[in-house]
Design a protein around this ligand. Structure first.
Ligand SMILES: [Zn+2]
Length: 279
């Protein structure tokens, strides 16, 4: 997809499964199971969506999936499947070492797994030449999560980046290169950021976990994982109508079937008109 001089592609790190109840918070199962049918262990299938962006002579990767530093038990719990992100990057001629900037919207394990990889006994940055970007508050929190969210953080995904000196930490919104803006949008946690791309008079908006799938467009459809659900609600009410009104291309962090499209309002509800992007 092209926005003026900026070009981007949607890639995934494959799919995984999370508990359907936890994914839809206060929404009763008879309602969510129609849009996201669970398996025999109540898991729904989600993808881990990344954006590869080329602009101003730079290669930028937003989100790095779940990676492969998992033991057999966790792999079974999360049911990871599908071709993994570094292989896809290499196959299309942009292997990890050509990436200039890696953006993590936040540091939950399904967004920063390929930040690092195993090399013998060591854990090293996968993107050896990249600057990695996250909000400072998120890295601080990741180091000392609460009992409620500590299962979401794996230190091997972010401490080695500190050791290699590759972090660039933001405090609030920032345009990192012309046309690529990181916008803090708390709710899922205190310092998650969304990504707005613009060029040629067009805009695209990556919701990350503010609206993880198209099924989460309805205002009360908020994940049980969110630390500040009422802040999520406020941010949904800010960004969803704006995206619809201004005809932004919206991109969801975990939507497996319709990851991209345009929004319009229909009887007070926001509806997605999906479009197909090339991988
Ligand atoms: Zn996520």
């Amino acid at each position: 997809m092209r926005l003026g001089d900026l070009e981007f592609w949607l890639l995934t790190d494959g799919t995984f499964g999370l508990d359907g109840g936890a994914m839809f918070g206060v929404i009763p199962r008879p309602m969510w199971e129609r849009v996201a049918p669970p398996d025999e262990r109540n898991r729904i299938r989600l993808s881990m969506n990344s954006l590869l962006i080329h602009t101003a002579g730079k290669w930028i990767l937003v989100e790095t999936g779940a990676g492969d530093k998992w033991d057999a038990k966790s792999e079974e719990i999360y049911a990871f499947s599908g071709e993994r992100l570094p292989d896809k990057l290499s196959a299309r001629g942009t292997p990890p070492d050509v990436i200039d900037i890696v953006v993590n919207t936040h540091l939950h394990f399904d967004h920063c797994g390929w930040n690092t990889r195993r090399a013998g006994d060591a854990i090293v940055p996968t993107f050896s030449n990249a600057q990695y970007i996250v909000q400072r508050g998120e890295l601080d929190h990741a180091r000392r999560p609460t009992e409620r969210d500590r299962a979401s953080y794996i230190a091997d995904n972010f401490l080695p980046i500190e050791k290699s000196g590759q972090w660039m930490l933001l405090e609030g919104d920032r345009e990192i290169v012309p046309g690529v803006e990181l916008i803090r949008a708390p709710g899922h946690n205190a310092d998650m950021q969304c990504v707005r791309l613009s060029g040629g008079g067009k805009t695209a908006f990556f919701f990350a976990d503010l609206v993880p799938t198209a099924a989460h467009l309805g205002y009360p459809w908020i994940m049980g994982y969110d630390l500040y659900p009422l802040t999520t609600l406020e941010n949904k009410k800010k960004w969803i109508p704006l995206a619809a009104r201004e005809r932004w291309l919206v991109l969801f962090g975990h939507e497996p079937k319709t990851p991209a499209g345009y929004l319009h309002e229909e009887k007070g509800k926001f509806v997605l008109e999906p479009i197909k992007l090339d991988g």
